[in-house]
Design a binder for this molecule. Structure first.
Ligand SMILES: *Cc1c(COP(=O)(O)O)cnc(C)c1O
Length: 384
């Protein structure tokens, strides 16, 4: 299999797995236990928290470990919205239709079930939220704004520091979903200026099922998982020690190797984009041409069934995606692609190719030799 779907998930780095293994059978204590085995586990969680804080330029007390990026998004939105309404009565939530469902569906539920008011922020033709768009939407009654750092489906990078600046000026909470961004972009919360930031381990060669949420000191947050006093009373439940250790090591490596990883994927990605736009008629790049993740190429092809194209590619040995992994089998066009202004005949034909550490020029070349024929085949089948 030629894996070109690193935005969906990544394999666990061998060094990360090595760091995790002792915590399954050797140092298996509960971090809350008083005895030495418990202390050993607690020390591992503390050390992981320090490692994450060092990458984020924050204090360890501002990092919460969660079960995934989705949980971090849920905790940020629900916890932030409820706490803010409790303290200030503010009810508006601002977010965009290009967000991952972990954010957009959570915002929708807060509006439908919990009495919040939801406004969708305008996005431009690249799916980006501009500072002007946020500036227009904020009001005295805004509780929270959530704008993703980099888009998983179309790769565009939002101007987070500028957006967070507007939020700060208007005294509203600002959350960013950095789950997709953390593999390649700087996640320094000092320069970003965010109050809340979500991360997920499996997008940067860490394990699945572990995430983190940065919570700026002083930010009100109502816990969503209640129980024991773990994670500073903000996220109950016995910590998943080996996964937390793996998360922190994977993030540390992503930070240390960022330049090398970018230098590896970006030329391959640029070659891919150039060739596809040149060789395939009626093809367009989705997302911003420059301000995009360096491993990310995404397209729409007119009059192509994107899911059919994925199946044809799979049969030919290529693993790609048509956007968010969750959308497989869904015949409706992705809301992200639709929000860019594409009509249905374009929006249904989306394709995402994302590269990673094991991608080679040979992978890319064989993909480029295969794709045009399969797009043509999908178009013919579409006409029937
Ligand atoms: C993958 C992803 C998520 C969800 O993270 P999980 O750890 O899979 O729950 C949320 N937001 C974005 C942008 C993602 O790419």
């Amino acid at each position: 299999m030629n894996y070109l779907d690193y935005a969906a998930t990544t394999p666990v780095d061998a060094r990360v797995l090595d760091a995790m293994l002792p915590y399954f059978r050797e140092f298996y204590g509960n971090p809350s236990s008083v005895h030495r085995l418990g202390q050993k586990a607690e020390a591992a969680v503390d050390e992981a928290r320090e490692k994450v804080a060092a990458v984020l330029h924050c204090s360890p007390g501002e990092i919460l470990f969660t079960s995934c990026g989705t949980e971090s998004d849920n905790l940020a939105l629900r916890g932030g919205a409820f706490a803010n309404r409790n303290s200030s009565g503010r009810k508006w939530i601002l977010t965009s239709k290009t967000e991952h469902h972990a954010v957009s569906k959570t915002a929708e539920q807060l509006a439908q079930e919990n009495g919040f008011l939801l406004e969708w922020l305008d996005v431009d033709e690249f799916g980006m939220v501009t500072p002007e768009s946020l500036g227009r939407a904020v009001c005295d009654d805004t509780a929270l704004a959530s704008v993703m750092y980099a888009n998983n489906e179309i790769g565009s990078i939002n101007p987070i520091a500028a957006l967070a600046g507007i939020a700060l000026k208007n005294k509203i909470l600002f959350h960013t979903d950095a789950v997709q961004a953390a593999a390649y972009l700087d996640v320094n919360v000092e320069t970003l200026g965010v109050d809340l930031m979500s991360l997920g381990g499996h997008k940067f060669y860490g394990p699945k099922g572990v995430g983190a949420l940065y919570v700026r000191k002083g930010t009100g947050l109502l816990p969503q998982m209640t129980g024991g006093g773990q994670e500073f009373n903000l996220r109950a439940g016995t910590q998943n020690v080996p996964y937390i250790v793996g998360f922190a090591e994977a993030l540390r490596l992503a930070h240390m190797e960022r330049e090398n990883r970018t230098a590896h994927v970006q030329p391959l990605r640029d070659h891919l984009i150039g060739e596809i736009l040149e060789t395939i008629p009626d093809s367009r790049l989705t997302g911003h041409p420059q301000k995009r993740l360096p491993n990310h190429a995404s397209f729409v092809f007119k009059d192509v069934d994107g899911n059919l194209l994925l199946q044809l590619l799979d049969a030919a040995g290529f693993a790609c995606s048509s956007g968010s992994a969750c959308k497989t089998g869904n015949p409706e066009p992705s809301e992200v692609i639709t929000s860019l202004g594409y009509s249905r005949d374009w929006a249904l034909g989306s394709l995402r190719i994302t590269l990673g550490v094991d991608s080679t020029p040979q992978h890319v070349d064989s993909f480029l030799q295969t794709l045009p024929g399969l797009v043509e085949k999908a178009r013919k089948l579409n006409q029937k």
